[in-house]
Design a protein around this ligand. Structure first.
Ligand code: HEC
Ligand code: HEC
Length: 267
């Protein structure tokens, strides 16, 4: 699609109900997509992808889970994740608590940042979005399946945490990019509308990490958020940017109490 056609579609979306974006899937398709703010991304997937996601043999996510389980007990660098933490099943709550403040009581870290810090403890180096970090994120989220998101302010540094949350909330409502839309224009005001080949969800962060068909690999919430910046033609923050962590905190607090259901497949 050309930029101008894209701009037209999004302009219509930002405008009124008289937009070219139908609430249903388009001519010939009777099913309307849901518009409920409390749904996870799976509710906006076509049946084929839901089936693939449930198919543990053929789902592309399976390979990542195998890899993550292998790294969890790999002690070739000295010690393994398992030698400090025990079996993955003991980590069920870990993914529910991020992002949270790091050891300095100021910086917000997400699960991937924690994995990076702990990789060093096993004598290995990694960087955000590399295969090893994504595979470990996948098994840690798998271990947390069905656990409820529970992102709470820490008692000792509550003010710093609230500042991050406030910045995230503000960014969520701030128009950005050449397209000049805020997150909320899509993910609150146009839930269930079709946009290009996608259907806009409420952006509840329950399903990460995600295997996006268009990426042909697993990706983190960090990468997905950067893709949304690019979608509105805004300057993309670099991986790990503090603004992405603030946004993630806001999304997690907004989704507190929802069950984690990742890793998952997306269009
Ligand atoms: C030498 C011991 C050690 C090793 C090895 C280790 N960790 Fe950790 N891990 C810790 C400590 C200590 C913490 C508490 C937070 C901190 O100090 O970073 C922690 C915290 C965590 C948490 C957050 C737990 C929670 O419930 O909030 C996760 C997730 C985690 N580690 C993952 C890993 C992964 C993945 C590996 C392997 C790459 C690993 N750890 C290897 C010591 C270790
Ligand atoms: C022009 C509309 C638009 C804007 C503006 C936008 N997004 Fe998105 N976003 C999408 C579409 C389309 C998808 C893919 C379908 C879906 O999951 O909602 C998506 C996906 C997501 C997802 C993944 C949901 C999942 O379950 O896989 C998150 C999280 C998200 N967006 C957050 C944000 C944030 C935060 C902002 C603001 C920085 C933002 N988006 C701005 C359209 C938009």
């Amino acid at each position: 699609m050309t930029f101008w056609r894209w701009l037209f579609m999004v302009g219509a979306l930002a405008g009124s109900a008289a937009s070219g974006l139908a609430a249903d899937a388009g001519p010939g398709l009777a099913t309307a997509w849901p518009t409920d703010r409390l749904l996870g991304g799976n509710a906006f997937l076509p049946p084929g992808l839901i089936r693939l996601q449930a198919d543990s043999v053929n789902s592309p996510v399976s390979l990542w889970l195998d890899k993550g389980a292998a790294i969890w007990s790999d002690a070739s660098g000295g010690s393994s994740c398992k030698s400090c933490h025990g079996p993955l099943s003991t980590m069920a709550k870990a993914a529910t608590r991020f992002p949270r403040l790091g050891p300095d009581g100021q910086t917000l870290i997400n699960l991937d940042d924690q994995i990076l810090a702990c990789r060093k403890r096993t004598g290995q180096t990694s960087q955000l979005e590399d295969d090893d970090v994504l595979a470990l994120s996948a098994v840690l989220h798998q271990a947390a399946k069905g656990e409820l998101i529970n992102t709470q302010p820490p008692k000792d540094h509550e003010a710093a945490w609230q500042e991050h949350l406030g910045r995230g909330a503000q960014l969520f409502a701030t128009r950005i990019g050449r397209i000049n839309l805020a997150c909320m224009h899509c993910h609150e005001q146009n839930i269930g509308k079709q946009m290009r080949s996608d259907v806009i969800s409420p952006a509840n962060p329950t399903g990460f990490p995600i295997y996006r068909m268009s990426w042909q690999r697993l990706g983190s919430i960090d990468r997905r958020l950067r893709a949304c910046f690019s979608g509105v033609q805004a300057v993309m923050p670099p991986p790990g940017d503090p603004a992405l962590r603030d946004l993630e905190l806001y999304l997690k607090v907004r989704a507190n109490g929802m069950p984690l259901d990742g890793p998952s497949i997306r269009r």
